[in-house]
Design a protein around this ligand. Structure first.
Ligand SMILES: Cc1ncc(COP(=O)(O)O)c(C=O)c1O
Length: 439
């Protein structure tokens, strides 16, 4: 038996790998999940089936049994195999456009470091701008601060409405921000746009926003699609941005940590570098990224096994995405009905995650209340769900300020959502408010 092609942990019958997954096999694939927790937060850290963890272990063993052979003969071709699969999945023209990195945070560092050098080499001038969404992921905002503000760049934040009624609200706010940003002749050098924002979570109409950026002369566009692959369709050619990243460990069943960074072919591609410099420096970003020093590369190698896993579901990854979306919307609607609240975004703007308004009487009045409520739900009701605090807008009377971001992934069952529903109903019945919670 070859170590790479060995049988999976769950598949006692060697042929089962190509057969539709049974409900029992599905439960077994996720039997390492804490059975006491209703885990409706796939969004934060994703999940990894047992058969993929077993494949990962086989690669780890392959390295440890003969590291030199692995380094000289196995690693690069295996990473290339992953890059070729990603190229097909995202419809990139050329495999050289696809690099494998640890996570979206690393991808952001690569793009922002590249932008910083444009400031240092005087291609960009102090005061030129980088535009990001107000709802950009916190770590990415900090990276913009660390790389761009320090280099003398100006940062424009695009405020987006939430709750949101339609994509056109986002398009119109973005247009306003672009035009205001360009006032006084300021040049916008880079736009960082989320494909699916993290908190609050909504699908952003990236294709329209990219087109608008091009029309307005924005130099470079980076799409942060950390939540996208395995969750919504990605067609990098159709989207048309210069850079696109997505985590494979969130919705694509890979173990942590692995992501891809797509960089559209262009003249200055050779000036993109991995922030961790090693032997491959100067050989192109994809090759630089394939060796950043001695470490565990196994998460980057299991994509073929993941594709096999996906093929066992009706409709493959497209079928999974469709059912996750439909079910999360159904569960979100069940919850808003039970709580007498509203969704934060219409169904077509929900991915496999949805924002569910929580009863106003819970008194979520700050980000810290939202965190405390999340902890309370975890500790007292065994529900894992992130809570979003939406700040009051002047003049609003009794608005919803707390939203639960629910996720749906293949391992979820309807009882997970009932547990959240019943927990919140009990809190309401008992007269609970966040103000009563311990610090
Ligand atoms: C929109 C967005 N960008 C970037 C990240 C960072 O991902 P990672 O921690 O895997 O680097 C996340 C994580 O949730 C995210 O939601």
């Amino acid at each position: 038996m070859s170590l790479i092609n060995g049988t999976t942990a769950t598949a006692e019958d060697p042929d089962s790998k190509s057969k539709p997954i049974t409900p029992w096999e599905l439960r077994t694939e996720f039997s390492h999940h804490d059975p006491t927790i209703a885990r409706i937060n796939n969004g934060s850290f994703g999940c990894c089936p047992a058969s993929i963890m077993a494949a990962q272990q086989r690669y780890q063993l392959l390295f440890l049994r003969q590291p030199d052979y692995f380094y000289f003969h196995t690693l690069k071709p295996s990473i290339l195999r992953t890059r070729l699969l990603i190229q097909t999945l995202i419809n990139a023209d050329n495999v050289d456009e696809v690099s494998i990195v640890d996570n979206a945070t690393t991808a952001a560092a690569i793009v922002l470091q590249h932008t910083t050098w444009s400031f240092f080499s005087s291609l960009f001038q102090a005061g030129d701008a980088v535009l990001i969404l107000h709802y950009a992921y916190g770590a990415v905002k900090k990276s913009v601060q660390a790389y761009i503000s320090r280099a003398g760049g100006h940062v424009i934040e695009v405020h987006l409405p939430f709750p949101v009624k339609s994509s056109s609200e986002i398009v119109s706010e973005f247009r306003k921000a672009l035009q205001m940003g360009k006032a006084n002749g300021r040049k916008i050098r880079l736009a960082v746009i989320d494909h699916i924002t993290s908190m609050p979570s909504v699908i952003i109409p990236v294709k329209e926003l990219v087109r608008m950026c091009r029309d307005e002369g924005v130099d470079r566009i980076f799409i942060d699609g950390a939540h996208a692959i395995g969750n919504v369709e990605i067609d990098v050619k159709d989207i048309g941005a210069d850079f696109y990243t997505s985590n494979l460990h969130k919705w694509m069943f890979c173990p942590p940590a692995v992501a891809f960074l797509y960089c559209k072919m262009c003249d200055d591609l050779s000036d993109l570098h991995h922030p961790v410099v090693s032997h491959e420096y100067g050989n192109g970003l994809a090759i630089e990224s394939s060796w950043t020093g001695t470490r565990d590369y196994s998460p980057q190698l299991v994509l073929p096994e993941v594709m096999e896993f996906l093929s066992r579901f009706d409709g493959g990854i497209e079928g999974i995405m469709r059912r996750n979306h439909e079910t999360v919307v159904e569960m979100a609607q069940m919850l808003v009905e039970a709580w007498g609240t509203e969704l934060g975004a219409p169904p077509e703007m929900c991915s496999s995650m949805a924002m569910v308004g929580m009863p106003v009487c819970l008194g979520v009045t700050s980000g810290s209340d939202a965190l405390k409520l999340r902890k309370h739900l975890r500790e007292c009701f065994k529900v894992e769900v992130p809570i979003y605090y939406r700040a009051l807008v002047e003049g609003e009377i009794d608005p919803i300020t707390g939203y639960a971001r629910i996720s749906h992934q293949v391992y979820n069952v309807v009882e997970d959502y009932y547990r959240l529903r019943d927990a919140v109903n009990k809190l309401v019945k008992d007269g609970f408010t966040c103000a009563l919670l311990y610090k």
